[in-house]
Design a binder for this molecule. Structure first.
Ligand SMILES: C[S@@+](CC[C@H](N)C(=O)[O-])C[C@H]1O[C@@H](n2cnc3c(N)ncnc32)[C@H](O)[C@@H]1O
Length: 499
């Protein structure tokens, strides 16, 4: 299915717009009101639809300026609103309605045209780099992952943290909204009441709490939440980050890290431009069914059994032997196998038919024995560097086992860099700069990496370095390494002073 057909299908499934009283309630709950001083605030509406929440938010913004005795300029207004919408027809509608509202509120047509273009972005919110929002109000899509069109689901799984790609798409939205609001913003969302009680909801709630957020159910069953009548129940939830005294300090560090990152990227380029490849470990599905413990004897053919690495295996500089193994229905060339030709594998999955076929992704399909993600040939190519998605000190471990990592671990193939030198360089501060500049702030120094942050880690191409620098970086003695590293990146290894 092509992307535009997938967007159409997703929109059909989720375009259930918010009623006016509930849009007003969401905005009241986060304090986006006409009486408040909103002159420095930023409202995020992640999926604007036809603007139920957005239009009311803009109306309140204009009244707020007026009630504080100010006539706002374009420069005052433009940074105050950020909204996204994926569906082109909805984008055209909300822009038209917004323009009309602005003109009725005495904004000149020329400013109104510019504002609607800046305020409503026709882009996928889930794939955006988080900005900063002080207020977030939303009615995110409730769509079970198994009903998300496959082409979108696989991009999301590649790019979003695994805790947010389970159960329901609204969880991914909540997670991303938290990133926008991580510096003290508040979020009000009209969501399905179901996700909070389901198992995946529990995992997300725990993750959210561990990152220092408080979730309150402001209204368990709001009446008439939508413009049309639907079967699903909904709830209004309020998410607020715990007030942090360290907040200012951490935002200063972030600015410093961003300046360092900008400077190094402009001088050297990025890890992606240097030819490295980054992938997240494949999603398997069915809990630990595909994973073999050390004592398990497997009847499955050797070709389909590979080393498997979890977070707790990534200690120290290198993993030489893997504790666990994983069964993958893909051959070494990355092709999906035909189980008729693999009797051992067939016997294995026949005995696990119940648990494997219950997975929502495969319920109606014959290939219920598959892993959720494919396992392309790249996974057999080594060595590579591995890094957990969640960590409190960014650090890559060298994998010499040719292993397949869990879905919460990133792998970096070194391209033209010698892998041990790349590891040394990344661990000496470059990953830390990326983390501090880009990764959403979590509690107690924890960081969450995304593939795209990793790819934006500053790194020169190996072939662009002078022979002296190449020898220095690969040098035996710490002194040689330090000299070249500092010459290239402007700080001594391990001393970014961002911690
Ligand atoms: C439940 S409706 C809510 C619309 C509006 N916020 C409201 O409250 O009336 C969800 C909207 O999200 C849009 N949408 C779905 N996925 C999106 C994404 N990844 N990025 C931006 N918009 C998305 C859909 O096209 C749909 O219009």
């Amino acid at each position: 299915m092509e992307l535009h057909a997938a967007i159409e299908e997703l929109h059909d499934r989720c375009a259930i717009y918010t009623s006016a009283p509930i849009a007003a309630r969401l905005l009241d709950l986060i304090g986006w009101t006409s009486n408040a001083d909103l002159s420095q605030a930023v409202l995020l509406e992640p999926c604007a639809g036809e603007g139920s929440i957005l239009l009311e938010g803009v109306r309140r913004l204009l009244y707020s300026f007026r009630s504080h005795g100010r006539i706002p300029s374009f420069g005052d207004l433009e940074p105050r609103i950020r909204s996204f919408e994926l569906h082109p027809v909805a984008v055209a509608t909300v822009r038209r309605l917004l323009r009309k509202l602005l003109i009725e509120e005495s904004i000149s047509p020329q400013f109104a045209d510019q504002l609607v273009l800046e305020w409503v972005c026709e882009r996928d919110f889930l794939l955006e780099n988080p900005g900063r929002a002080t207020h977030v109000a939303a009615n995110p899509p409730y769509v079970r992952w198994k009903n998300v069109p496959a082409i979108l689901a696989s991009v999301y799984r590649e790019n979003l943290p695994s805790v947010s790609t389970r159960g329901d798409l609204s969880v991914a939205f909540l997670n991303k909204m938290q990133e926008w609001a991580s510096e003290g913003g508040s979020i009000a969302a009209l969501t399905s009441d179901r996700w909070m009680f389901a198992q995946y909801g529990e995992a997300f709630l725990q993750d959210t709490k561990s990152r220092g957020w408080t979730i309150t159910v402001a209204d368990e069953r709001p009446s008439d939440p939508f413009l049309k009548t639907v079967g699903a129940y909904s709830a209004i939830v309020l998410l607020t980050p715990s007030g942090s005294s360290a907040h200012q300090q951490s935002s200063n560090k972030r600015e410093k890290a961003q300046a360092m990152q900008r400077d190094l990227l402009s001088r050297h380029g990025s890890l992606q431009e240097a030819g490295c490849t980054v992938r997240v470990g494949p999603a398997l599905g069915a809990g630990r069914t595909f994973i073999l413990d050390p004592e398990d004897i497997s009847e499955v053919e050797d070709e389909l059994v590979r080393p498997f690495l979890e977070r707790k295996d990534l200690v120290g500089l290198a993993v030489d032997t893997a504790r666990l193994r994983v069964i993958v229905p893909y051959d070494r060339q990355g092709a999906l196998i035909d189980p008729l030709r693999w009797p051992g594998f067939r016997a294995w999955f026949n005995r696990r038919r119940e648990v494997l076929s219950q997975r929502s992704q495969f319920r109606e399909r014959e290939q219920y024995w598959r892993t959720i993600d494919a396992v392309p040939a790249l996974w057999s190519i080594g060595p590579k560097l591995l890094m957990p998605e969640l960590c409190n000190k960014p650090f890559v471990t060298l994998d010499r086992t040719g292993g397949i990592p869990a879905h919460s671990i990133y792998a970096i193939w070194p391209g033209e860099w010698p892998v041990e030198t790349l590891q040394r360089v990344l661990n000496s501060g470059l990953l830390e700069i990326t983390a501090k500049a880009e990764a959403p702030a979590l509690k107690q120094g924890w960081m969450r990496f995304y593939k795209r942050f990793l790819m934006r880690t500053p790194l020169p191409r190996w072939s662009s370095l002078s022979r002296e620098d190449r020898e220095g970086l690969s040098g035996e003695t710490p002194r040689e390494f330090e000299r070249s590293f500092e010459g290239l990146f402007g700080f001594a290894p391990g001393t970014t002073s961002l911690s």
